[in-house]
Design a protein around this ligand. Structure first.
Ligand SMILES: CC(C)(COP(=O)(O)OP(=O)(O)OC[C@H]1O[C@@H](n2cnc3c(N)ncnc32)[C@H](O)[C@@H]1OP(=O)(O)O)[C@@H](O)C(=O)NCCC(=O)NCCS
Length: 292
């Protein structure tokens, strides 16, 4: 193990002076002052059995804009040793070499491979903490996840003699296979989840552009662009009128790399209003369905 540490420390010195291989068009300056540390969370307690294949080997549009260091394969493999300090070092190295949370392809590969959590480019926060999100969660691009967000993917049984996990969780030694499914959760692009929100198994989709208020208990699906608050979470309002929501969905602006979106900074920082055809990304990406 000490040899692996020495090797990783050695290559860091060399690698930092080299350019990382970028799959997008962003520069290191984009993350300055914004990147927080990623920690190990309760990784070893929550990680599914190893040997799980990554969902995709190649970079897809979902990951477009990420940066992948030449050490990525090594870091992903080394993380699999389940040694706390080594895992910490792999995560730190990946963040350092790949310009932090927003851009790191290696952190996302680790999450996909060992935790079955998929996170798109530029998404950040608790979704990137290994072990913080349970398996079967897929997070879109440009998603903001605040601290203390909890995602719960299955209930204990309510109709059996006992609610205890001995009787549904095979990892506890009494069952050959789990007998309760872990439900999938899809978190759409550009979602913002406020501090301390809890998502229960009753919710399987948080729509594109939705906002989850601080402390909300989300028990049902959330519509695209809805703002939901409270316990149980209820819709406060939509962010935009229906026609605008449709236009944004058609634009699929989130597929663009951040560098391209940032070229329209003046328009990105101005409220859309009820008639947002002036916005170049909606006009440009709005395809043939444009305003008649
Ligand atoms: C959901 C949220 C975005 C709504 O903001 P807003 O549109 O400015 O809403 P307002 O403050 O005008 O409140 C509108 C109503 O919703 C209620 N409300 C707002 N946020 C709420 C919340 N998190 N839980 C319960 N009720 C909430 C308000 O009490 C108010 O109710 P009223 O009309 O009966 O008085 C915001 O309140 C919130 O929760 N933000 C999350 C912040 C956060 O967690 N940041 C983490 C760092 S990224």
């Amino acid at each position: 193990m000490a040899a692996v540490e020495r090797y990783l420390t050695g290559v860091l010195a060399v690698e930092s002076s080299e350019e990382t291989m970028s799959t997008g068009r962003l520069t290191s300056g984009d993350t300055e002052g914004l990147v927080g540390p990623v920690h190990d969370g309760n990784a070893s307690a929550e990680a599914p059995p190893h040997g799980v294949d990554e969902p995709r080997g190649q970079v897809t549009w979902h990951e477009k804009g990420l940066k992948q260091s030449r050490l990525s394969d090594l870091l992903v493999k080394a993380y699999g040793f389940q040694v706390h300090w080594l895992r910490q070092r792999c995560l730190k190295l990946a963040l350092r070499l790949e310009d932090g949370q927003f851009h790191s392809a290696t952190i996302r590969r680790i999450l996909a491979r060992y935790y079955r959590v998929r996170v798109g480019a530029y998404s950040y926060g608790d979704c990137l903490v290994p072990g913080a999100f349970p398996e079967n969660v897929s997070v879109g691009r440009y998603v903001s996840v605040a601290m203390g967000v909890r995602i719960i993917r299955r209930n204990h049984p309510t109709d059996c003699l006992s609610t205890h996990p001995f009787f549904f969780n095979s990892r506890l030694g009494y069952l050959k296979a789990d007998n309760l499914p872990v439900r999938h959760l899809e978190i759409g692009h550009d979602v913002w989840i406020g501090t301390g929100a809890v998502v229960t198994p009753g919710c399987s989709r948080i729509g594109i552009g939705a906002i989850i208020g601080a402390g909300a208990i989300v028990t049902r699906d959330v519509a695209d662009f809805a703002i939901v608050v409270g316990n149980p979470a209820k819709a406060l309002r939509y962010r935009f009128p229906e026609a605008v929501r449709g236009l944004i969905l058609k634009s699929r602006w989130w597929e663009l790399p951040a560098g391209e979106v940032a070229a329209f900074m003046a328009q990105m920082t101005r409220p859309l209003g009820d008639d947002p055809w002036w916005h170049p990304l909606l006009a440009k990406c709005g395809n043939a369905a444009g305003k008649n």
